[in-house]
Design a binder for this molecule. Structure first.
Ligand SMILES: *Cc1c(COP(=O)(O)O)cnc(C)c1O
Length: 234
């Protein structure tokens, strides 16, 4: 067994245990394998072990891997910071985008999404903590942004996403995830049919699952540590 194959089976156990601890069905939690800074070959190994959804943060890096992996039926998720001059590539080459936090970008994704492709899945990235400079829509603007984006053609609003401040403390981790889950419920009560809560990474997936995550985004736990010094890590 390769490391990636072994890692995926350990992750399935972690998901199972977290679900057991809170009475959830593991089938409700899907795994996005975050492959940024890892080569196409590593994705191929994970695919052979049954993984289908992969997340990338950098457009050029992702397009190059997509070319190398054209023969595989992969579901591609864009989870990185969106530069508005890259929205055409993102709208044509991905199935989902998790990092939408402003209307301008959503309008461009909508305009560039080819009509012959299925609607682009969208999660709104929410800035939970008041950390200047971090991406994400502020909670007080979330409902407005959701209704504006929901009205755009060729996009399908699926839910919310967050990257909370890193913490080793499980109750601190749960605090942020509970906040996002609460916002998701509020938005649903306004009439939006959201089915995705994109939260939890390698270090905090248990806390995220207990608070209702339906999609965990794991890089390190799947592929091992990312090579250092290859550019910004977000
Ligand atoms: C890199 C990244 C991840 C994965 O992080 P790990 O700690 O390696 O699991 C998840 N989500 C986003 C948005 C990322 O940029």
């Amino acid at each position: 067994m390769t490391n990636v194959t072994r890692n995926l089976s350990k992750i399935r156990q972690r998901i199972q245990q977290a679900c057991d601890s809170c009475g959830r069905d593991p089938a409700e939690v899907s795994l996005l394998a975050v492959s940024k800074k890892h080569p196409a070959d590593a994705i191929r190994v994970a695919f052979q072990a049954g993984q289908r959804a992969f997340g990338e943060n950098f457009v050029q890096e992702a397009l190059s891997k997509q070319r190398q992996l054209k023969d595989l039926d992969i579901e591609w998720h864009f989870i990185g910071h969106i530069q508005s001059n890259k929205t055409r590539e993102i709208a044509t080459s991905f199935d989902w985008v998790h990092s939408v936090d402003r209307l301008k970008v959503a309008k461009k994704l909508s305009a560039h999404r080819p009509p012959e492709q299925p609607d682009l899945g969208i999660c709104l990235q929410v800035a939970l903590a008041d950390e200047g400079g971090k991406s994400g829509v502020r909670p007080d603007n979330l409902a407005d942004l959701a209704s504006q984006i929901d009205a755009l053609p060729r996009l399908r609003l699926r839910g919310l996403m967050c990257i909370p401040p890193a913490s080793e403390n499980p109750s601190r981790q749960r605090h942020w995830f509970a906040l996002l889950a609460g916002m998701q419920n509020e938005i649903k009560q306004l009439g939006f049919s959201l089915d995705t809560l994109s939260m939890g990474m390698s270090n905090d997936l248990e806390a995220a699952i207990v608070e209702g995550s339906t999609l965990i985004r794991l890089g390190t736990a799947v592929f091992g540590r990312r090579p250092a010094g290859t550019g910004p890590d977000d």
